[in-house]
Design a protein around this ligand. Sequence first.
Ligand code: NOJ
Length: 529
Amino acid sequence: MNMDTPHWWQTAVIYQIYPRSFQDSNGDGVGDLRGIIRRLPHLVELGVDALWLSPISPSPMADFGYDVSDYTGVDPLFGDMADFDALVEAAHAANLRVILDFVPNHSSDRHPWFIESRASRDSPRRDWYIWRDPAPDGGPPNNWLSVFGGGAWDFDAATGQYYYHAFLAAQPDLNWRNPQVRAALYEAMRFWLRRGVDGFRIDVIWHLIKDDQFRDNPPNPDFKPGDPPYHALIPLYTADRDEAHEVIAEMRDAIKSFPEALLIGEIYLPVERLVAYYGRDLAGLHLPFNFSLIGAPWRAAALKKMVDEYEAALPKGGWPNWVLGNHDKPRIASRIGRAQARNAAILLLTLRGTPTLYYGEEIGMTQVEIAPEQARDPCARSGSGRDGCRTPMPWDGGPHAGFSDAEPWLPLAPDFKQENVANQRDDATSIYRLYRRLTALRRQSKALSIGAYRPVAATGDVFVFLREFDGERIAVALNLGAEATAVSFRFGGLTGRILVSSMGDRDGEPVDGDIDLRPNEGVVIACAV
Ligand code: NOJ
């Protein structure tokens, strides 16, 4: 890739919106598209460049939109197509790109395609989904498991066959070996691109192709009692099949008349498998999501190793990306603590590659405790509910946190009267103001937006690295511990000045050789070179 003229998505900061929880405009307690339009100024103030919307298409909401019943519509809960067009127009007018979630691996069982497919074995759409005869004992065709627990096969008594679902039974997997299925989904992508969408985040893309011989998955020797039941087997034959790469290259080709369209793929794989999703000659995904920060041990040496290994694994020209959280994972501020969430913000916005923020991270939002009777996520039944990271955005300390005029669909964070966007906007030491300083700095600094990453050290609790471009050098030093520490720069004595510090009270401070870091403090330094 030519860094003289980077693609828009290489220098962009992406912001994930969970539409149900961002802003309600019609008083039903659920967020919607008009609400998002109302809050676009927040995204501009925060300094992001693109918004990714979790699914907005018509859906029975068994998995809150990840069960699509019409790939080219808008669910009435969120608004209509006119609202969608208005959102794209308003976003573009504010210099914000729009990325849609696209869920091609499975549809809803209420999608007309599945209704036709299950109607009879002779249905012209039978082969659009994955149907198999029972095993000789009448049981499921093989041992494949659902990611959400239990078996992955559901028996259809009327036609005497099982269908495969990697997730809920209400989410039957489409048969991506069928060229008609592929053509229909590519056409849906072009439909949205013609409406002005700038790219897609593609759901569970590493699951698209399954073994055509339907071999049993092998047992996982590392499985321990208490682990999620899905981990009992290694998903060797159900995910990350080599043929997926051909399909993804075909998908890229199918949208080539929109050369600036971005394809991000949701992929949870070890780094060496993940990077294969850039494709041969980078003909695959532009950004296979890199989730390594989400689970990384929060220690200097472990983070440095993880960053170095990711950087080393990238194919030539493959552009990196970083993520701290999403609608499926516990919020970062709960995982590592509010104090360290500031260092996470600095890392996210100073590492090399496209950052994706999850709504609420900019105010250090934490997991919200969900009582069993308040749970909405189908996974809550198995104890791995994701509602706690999907709660409404606290905009202010007023009724329902400014999110809605009505009782929200999930409870608000109990501390919303203090921890909200309005309060943090007025507080120069808030994490919100830190995020804003970081996005602004990233915009000004070529070293940060497109420069090289140079590891320096992980000593004790301190992680130090450099970003460099032409004559510009930036150093980042993060104290990942709760004790004050002094950092001495062994790479030739560092002089310069602090551009951003995590508490917002050291900006402009000169640095000459060594620097003292307070507990949990991180700094970004412009180096004199
Ligand atoms: C991944 C999505 O992020 C998650 O929320 C969803 O439940 C599964 N895919 C199934 O679509």
